[in-house]
Design a protein around this ligand. Structure first.
Ligand code: TRP
Length: 333
């Protein structure tokens, strides 16, 4: 067993999709055999941009947990835990807010992008602006050193490490470890329409619970090369969503390279490459969907998994909080 600890999480705002799978779920599955791993159901963070709809955040706790279990996260090897029930993380967040400036939070590229995407303008919820400090608490609360995430999250890990260095400098000892992001080489999967971000709300995502018909319809509607009108025409591979998805999911990358060459030369129709992708996605999602539907009938079991994991995580994060308080020399009664 490797001695480094993995922590990662997802906002509980909706069921997960194949972008999450390619972005970090596949990595989490890979690491659960060799590393201690914690998966955080980030309901508190989900509230930072969903305070108007707490019901949605609440409902999706179970949905995301179901997705974890359905893809093959094994609660005996990975600890699934609930952020809102880990008070030590909230306490560490408050503490960390003193080790970061508002200007630095505003400069965080992820935060900047998200503020723009959500159209907050000047009306940024304070909790939202500050969530990088909370995410630093998530990561360091477990003393995690590896964080499997999509590439959009890299600036958050960087900011976490800045906070860690400040705290260690103030404490005069290395009380918290720095963390490293594990980011898939393929980059972020675009939506089926070719837009940079796949998200349930814009309807351009393929959820892990998609039915065979949903999958077929999504692949049919997928953006390819608008100038590739006839089979014999040369086609573009860059920006062609079908090829981007094949890059991420096709088990035979050699054959894929040949298909790309043929497509670029001309003589390969969109129907062919879509059929190939559809077959791959049907095969990937079928067992996930089956397990998900089985598990969703046993809500009690899913709740047990979350309760169990949260208890283990409480012990772990309380210990870290005590370490930090004592290293900083704060008052202890
Ligand atoms: N910010 C992540 C997302 O948007 C969720 C998350 C919360 C997270 N806490 C984390 C990811 C800690 C990695 C580590 O999905």
């Amino acid at each position: 067993m490797n001695t480094s600890t993995i922590l990662t999480g997802d906002r509980t705002t909706g069921p997960l999709h194949i972008g999450h799978y390619a972005g970090s779920l596949a990595n989490r599955l890979r690491y659960q055999d060799s590393h201690e791993q914690f998966l955080l159901l980030a309901d508190t963070q989900a509230l930072t941009d969903n305070a108007h709809d707490p019901q949605k955040v609440q409902r999706n706790v179970i949905e995301v947990a179901l997705d974890y279990l359905a893809v093959g996260i094994d609660p005996a090897r990975s600890t699934i835990c609930l952020q809102s029930h880990l008070p030590a993380l909230a306490e560490l967040s408050m503490l960390y807010l003193n080790f970061v400036t508002v200007a630095r939070l505003e400069r965080n590229p992820t935060i900047k992008d998200e503020i723009r995407a959500r159209g907050f303008g000047r009306d940024i919820p304070a909790g939202f602006l500050c969530y990088p400090a909370a995410q630093a608490a998530d990561i360091t609360g477990f003393k995690a050193t590896l964080v499997p995430v999509g590439e959009d999250q890299a600036p958050l890990i960087e900011q976490t490490n800045e906070i860690v260095r400040r705290i260690n400098a103030t404490a005069g000892q290395s009380v918290l470890p720095q963390a490293q992001a594990i980011i898939p080489k393929a980059g972020r999967l675009p939506g089926i329409d070719g837009k940079a971000k796949m998200s349930k709300s814009t309807g351009n995502a393929i959820p892990l619970s998609a039915s065979p018909d949903d999958i077929r319809a999504a692949v049919r509607a997928m953006f390819t090369d608008p100038n590739h009108l006839r089979v014999q025409d040369p086609g573009r591979v860059e920006g062609n969503v079908v090829f981007t998805y094949l890059d991420a999911f096709d088990p035979d990358q050699n054959e894929l390279a040949e298909l790309k060459a043929q497509y670029q030369r001309g003589g390969l129709g969109d129907g062919k490459i879509k059929a190939r992708l559809e077959a791959i996605l049907q095969e990937l999602i079928a067992p996930i969907r089956a397990r998900r539907s089985q598990l969703s009938k046993d809500r009690g079991y899913v709740l047990e998994v979350i309760k169990d994991g949260t208890e283990r995580a409480q012990t772990r994060t309380e210990a870290t909080k005590r370490d930090v308080v004592s290293a900083l020399g704060l008052f202890q009664l």
